[in-house]
Write a protein that binds this ligand. Structure first.
Ligand code: URA
Length: 254
């Protein structure tokens, strides 16, 4: 693959195409140690050595970040009112990053941010049934009966009931650490319907007061990340997501 030098620089987050052209004109870029002929010069990512302001600028086709989404931040690329999950990724200026799926504004936790549209599609497409696990605090006592109802597949007002989900009670109001009449649970769902977790609890007459996603497709939220913090995925984590994708695809063919 060959691409124009100004596009290479813009893809790597140096700035817009016009800013990239300006850097080239100001001699802040070299290609294989030489000043380029101009912004239109073709370069081969991975082969030609591009140096920007004295530092090597390798071409990364795809980038993958794990963010611990905080509250009051929206799962969008841009927003006129609120900070977005993309605004929090300050380490990369590339313009093609997007969040994989959505969390409500008041939901915290694991958000995958990438520019890999194929992986995103494989993780999100309806029918892929990628597991997503949430931790929640719920008003009222979550019971074994609720666990059975969730395992059957609840009617949350969609055309069809949602798929069976695994509900685990971590603590109920018998414990001392919780406010009265509340429970702590983990729930694994295989779909991503709008407000799905909250609506599943409403369907059994209970209200979610705190929600956090802790895993998606085998990728676990790093406990070291405080709300608003992020890090790059490791190679192993990227492979895990890609292999999970194959596992899910494989299951579909059965
Ligand atoms: N389910 C919800 O209700 N909200 C979320 O943000 C994610 C899943």
């Amino acid at each position: 693959m060959q691409l124009r030098l100004d596009k290479y620089l813009a893809d790597m987050g140096v700035g817009t195409r016009s800013e990239a052209k300006r850097y080239i004109r100001r001699k802040q870029v070299t290609v294989n140690g030489l000043p380029p002929k101009g912004p239109e010069q073709k370069v081969i990512p991975g082969k030609d050595q591009i140096v920007f302001q004295g530092k090597p600028l390798p071409y990364l086709e795809y980038e993958y970040f794990m963010l611990n989404k905080p509250k009051h931040c929206v799962s969008a690329v841009t927003d006129r009112r609120y900070k977005t999950v993309i605004d929090l990724i300050t380490e990369s200026n590339r313009r093609d990053l997007f969040p994989v799926g959505r969390l409500d504004i008041d939901t915290e936790g694991l958000m995958l941010i990438t520019n890999d549209g194929i992986l995103a599609h494989q993780l999100l497409a309806p029918g892929k049934h990628v597991p997503k696990t949430y931790y929640a605090r719920v008003e009222g006592r979550v019971t074994k009966e609720d666990v059975r109802e969730f395992a059957k597949g609840l009617d949350i007002g969609e055309k069809k009931p949602v798929l069976p989900a695994e509900l685990r009670i971590l603590a109920d109001d018998g414990g001392t650490s919780l406010p009265e009449q509340s429970s702590e649970i983990e729930l694994t769902i295989m779909e991503g319907k709008f407000h799905q977790v909250k609506r599943m609890f409403e369907a059994v007459g209970k209200h979610v007061t705190y929600l956090k996603r802790i895993s998606m497709g085998g990728l676990m939220l790093d406990h070291a990340l405080l709300p608003g913090e992020y890090r790059k995925l490791t190679e192993a984590e990227i492979n895990l997501l890609k292999n999970q994708r194959k596992a899910v695809d494989g299951k579909e063919k059965l």
